[in-house]
Design a protein around this ligand. Structure first.
Ligand code: SF4
Length: 442
């Protein structure tokens, strides 16, 4: 079986490339060219029965990932399935199943079966979880068990995997030499791998046997997402030498993986102050040859817990604007607890809005829907207005809860409605057929 990147390099436009072109309003040839260059990836796994086709990368709408998963404190498969369904209902583009408590095979399979979206994961979670269960010490992880596990998870239908290949003795040395950090280590997989390397005095097997990781991904045409195990978890650690060392290695590996015919993506932070987001994205794009960049947030400040979905949305709007391609949501429970279903819903909604804001800036020629909403608002066509919004249900709920006397207006200004007054003043000056815009929507 040839991977998408191998097909594209031969000039073959796959059915997935055609679907993406149609969904994004672009030419199939453009998608094929970018897949061949490694600038667009398509997380698929041909072994999975149903799966939505999603493209991630240059020239495409910025995508939203939502992560779920059990913990050692809360293990409820039905809850995770409900969250997965809400993520799909709220139109996120991908899901990551990041369980770390209970029977991990069972929860992964249940989540994959409950949605059509591409499902990603982090194999190190289960590797260390199962090892800790067996030997009471996660540092006893056997690399052979890890590689077998990666294959088992791919067999189950995982379409993209965050694999922490970029942590090696070089990047740990940078961490040691610069002194520990303000925010410490925050990546679960990354921290446990650093611990394994220190305990066993060995190189990271995922780095050492990178070609083996790539061969596995190729076999299932899954996207290899190079995990950000030494990402900054505090804005004071942003772009420190340890994080940059891992980023350089990940970008190097992205190139190697592509050469092997593997679809590659690079992951990024984390916590980054607003003024550093553009630079962060520029560095990743430049060093990786424009590999799709998957950013976790980022959170541009550290004091927002409780509202960190908003904090991260501000980071997400900026990172989408400057070129990030896939953005992981943050929920209101970030830093505080395992998210519940409503946290998940809120997180997806806010992140979708954030990346849309970024895309409005990134693609100035794709602002038609904004124009149509403005026209509907100007002309007080409430039905069109609602239909064109991103969250019509929420907007309708608020309007219905405070009904105005004059149905053309709303209770915000009532008799002092500027829209109504302005419309009556300039109605005869409106050029073109107003009604022609009523039917437009997307
Ligand atoms: S009442 Fe005020 S807020 Fe409401 S539509 Fe009119 S101008 Fe806008």
């Amino acid at each position: 079986m040839k991977t998408q990147i191998e097909l594209a390099r031969q000039g073959i436009i796959s059915s997935q490339m055609k679907t993406i072109a149609k969904d994004e309003g672009l030419k199939p040839g453009f998608i094929c060219k970018k897949v061949a260059a490694g600038e667009i990836v398509i997380p698929i796994n041909p072994g999975r029965k149903t799966q939505k086709t999603v493209g991630i990368g240059t020239g495409l709408r910025t995508k939203v990932n939502a992560s779920i998963g059990t913990s050692s404190d809360i293990y409820d498969i039905d809850l995770e399935v409900r969250k997965a369904r809400v993520i799909q209902e709220e139109k996120a583009d991908t899901i990551m199943e990041l369980s770390a408590g209970g029977n991990l095979d069972k929860v992964r399979r249940a989540v994959i079966d409950s949605v059509d979206l591409p499902v990603g994961n982090v194999p190190l979670y289960q590797a260390f979880h199962d090892t800790a269960k067996k030997y009471k010490n996660p540092n006893k992880l056997d690399p052979e068990f890890l590689f077998d596990l990666i294959e088992k998870q791919l067999e189950d239908g995982i379409s993209f995997m965050a694999v922490h290949c970029g942590i090696n003795q070089f990047s740990i040395e940078r961490l040691r030499k610069q002194g520990y950090r303000y925010g410490g280590l925050v990546s679960k997989g990354g921290t446990f791998m650093v611990s394994w390397m220190e305990y066993n005095k060995k190189e990271n097997p995922l780095y050492e046997q990178f070609d083996r990781v790539c061969r596995l991904m190729k076999k299932y045409d899954a996207v290899l997402s190079l995990g950000n195990g030494i990402r900054a978890g505090a804005i004071h650690d942003s772009h420190d030498r340890a994080q940059m060392a891992e980023m350089i290695i990940n970008c190097e590996l992205a190139e190697l993986g592509r050469e092997m015919g593997c679809q590659m993506m690079v992951e990024g932070p984390g916590h980054v102050p607003l003024d550093e987001i553009q630079g962060n994205i520029m560095l990743e794009k430049r060093m990786s040859g424009n590999a799709p960049y998957y950013v976790l947030g980022p959170l541009p400040c550290d004091i927002g817990a409780g509202y960190d979905h908003i904090t991260a949305a501000i980071g997400a709007a900026n990172s989408a604007r400057y070129g990030a391609d896939l953005i992981c949501y943050i929920t209101p429970a970030e830093h505080l607890a395992l998210p519940n279903v409503e946290d998940v819903r809120e997180g997806v909604r806010v992140t979708r809005l954030a990346v849309h804001i970024g895309d409005v800036a990134k693609y100035p020629d794709r602002r038609e829907r904004e124009k149509q909403v403005s026209l509907a608002r100007r002309d007080m066509r409430w039905e069109d207005h609602m239909r064109l919004l991103m969250f019509p249900d929420k907007a309708k709920e608020i309007r219905a809860s405070r009904v105005p006397e004059n149905e053309k207006t709303c209770t915000m200004c009532g008799d002092f409605c500027a829209m109504e007054r302005g419309f009556s003043l300039f109605e005869n000056n409106i050029k073109g057929d107003k009604m022609s815009v009523c039917g437009l929507a997307n």
